[in-house]
Design a protein around this ligand. Sequence first.
Ligand SMILES: [Zn+2]
Length: 270
Amino acid sequence: MRVSPNGILTVDVEDISCANFPLREAYPPEEKNVEKGVKEILALLASTQSRATFFILGKTAKKNPALVKEIVKYKNKVASHGMTHRLVYRIGRKEFRREIQDSRKLLEDISGERVTGYRAPSWSINENSLWALDMLQEEGFSYDSSIFPVKNFLYGIDNFPPYPHRRGKLWEIPPSTLPFPGKRIPIGGGFYFRFFPALFISQGLKWLSQRKIPLVLYFHTWEILPPAKLPAYSLLHQLIVTYNLSSLKNKVTRILKMGKFVSVEEYLHA
Ligand SMILES: [Zn+2]
């Protein structure tokens, strides 16, 4: 019997300095840490019989093609996170098109598989850069996972449908939220996922599953395996990236054990 998935798991493969916060001093990217983080996540997926989509930067894939091959070896998928982690609403249309074309070609050449998905750096498709969705369609992508369905001081669009849905030919896969009077509560990843206790997230998973909505989770490689030295961010930005970091791996493991988690591609096929 086919069991329908309870969740979609996504991983952003990148160094902690990609968070797009101003740095007070230079921070050399910890590429080795990224590689180790991916390996740790692959082991976690194997132990919980889960699969994930890994949004990987073109510059990382170029430096470490073996990592892309390692990801796709066990039915996990790779998708584009652009080439350079520059924000979509800053780079403009011409550069954006080049980034999605180049990153997809690179990932397809290395993996030998079709690459159909995209996630913008730091959720940078917002009201000012919705043209990017048209461009993804024109370039033949099947899905996008770039729009955070709650607006905060960094990104997001309020009132954006908070579950997988179609816009023309493109599927939108936003990270999960729960309804709350007056405001949605993001539970799908990042600071919010680390902030809320595992019990709250697991109740959210049950609530969504009852409504046949998948829990769309995301986390970064550096959240699973934090680097030895943190970048010199402001205190607020340091708090955002490090809050409850040590709890993340256990929490993710606990949630993955509660249901069936698959890649975006596998979910869309089902
Ligand atoms: Zn990113």
